[in-house]
Design a protein around this ligand. Sequence first.
Ligand SMILES: Nc1ncnc2c1ncn2[C@@H]1O[C@H](COP(=O)(O)OP(=O)(O)OP(=O)(O)O)[C@@H](O)[C@H]1O
Length: 308
Amino acid sequence: MQTDAAVEVVGLVKRYGSKTAVDGLDLSVATGTVTAVLGPNGAGKTTTIETCEGYRRPDGGTVRVLGLDPVTQGAALRPRIGVMLQSGGVYPGVRAEEMLRHTARLYAHPVDVDLLADRLGLGSCGRTPYRRLSGGQQQRLSLAMALVGRPELLFLDEPTAGLDPQARQATWELVRELRADGATVVLTTHQMDEAEQLADDVAIVDRGRVIARGSPEALCEGGAENTLRFTGRPGLDLLALCKALPADAVAVEMTPGSYRIEGKVDPQMLATVASWCAQHGVLPDRIAVERRTLEDVFLELTGRELRG
Ligand SMILES: Nc1ncnc2c1ncn2[C@@H]1O[C@H](COP(=O)(O)OP(=O)(O)OP(=O)(O)O)[C@@H](O)[C@H]1O
């Protein structure tokens, strides 16, 4: 096992009855990094994370978290990790502040509860019972509970789903600070911008396996074809333009005067288009290279159909 891996999952299999939720999944998370686990609904992300947290027992493969087996060495592991579940884990009648203080007492070196509550906008609802908190406030309390013990490793299951933009930004800021302090973060998300903003590394999971892995930048570049758009006068001779471009490039006039070229968009292609425009007396009033986004990559890899 790599010594710098905070999480090392090898060949994980997890079944629910006849349903195989995780099907030979490998995932290694380097210490001190933020890894985002992406995947369609039902891909097996939560099951994998819950197995790492020790809530589920693998049917096959091995899981080591901070070098420990989460099932048999859970007592040693739990004080070192923070866990934010998708929902639940809090008694409905308990007040937000009580719950946070109670959780803080379980750890040797908790952070300042009042400070953390303020950072997450929980100060004003500290005396409110959990069941009366709004969905977003419940979510923020779960995040605070995961953070309060100053964990070495933090698991966040869809941490900002349903949060307003302010709470989303506050959460992102906290994750960045944790990383700067040397913590490791594993998060699942359906928000591609969240992965792009936070993750050093992305693992795309589909049908219980990791099907792509890399930094957001690397995933967006790999094998990618980008798009070049420009606007100019309507009715340009695109056949002539295509002759100047590599054979696989396709140029289309999307709406009058708005052009899109697809293919291997590199500096040479940009220069060719600019020079062709110059030769034909066309001044493009907007010319832009649009790179593939993580969402494009995700949809290419996992398809566009809805999963049952
Ligand atoms: N407790 C359970 N009992 C039976 N089947 C389950 C259970 N939990 C999950 N599953 C099934 O296992 C598969 C993987 O579910 P999981 O929750 O791990 O996916 P996910 O990638 O986290 O999905 P989502 O993005 O919707 O949260 C799904 O088909 C789901 O229906």
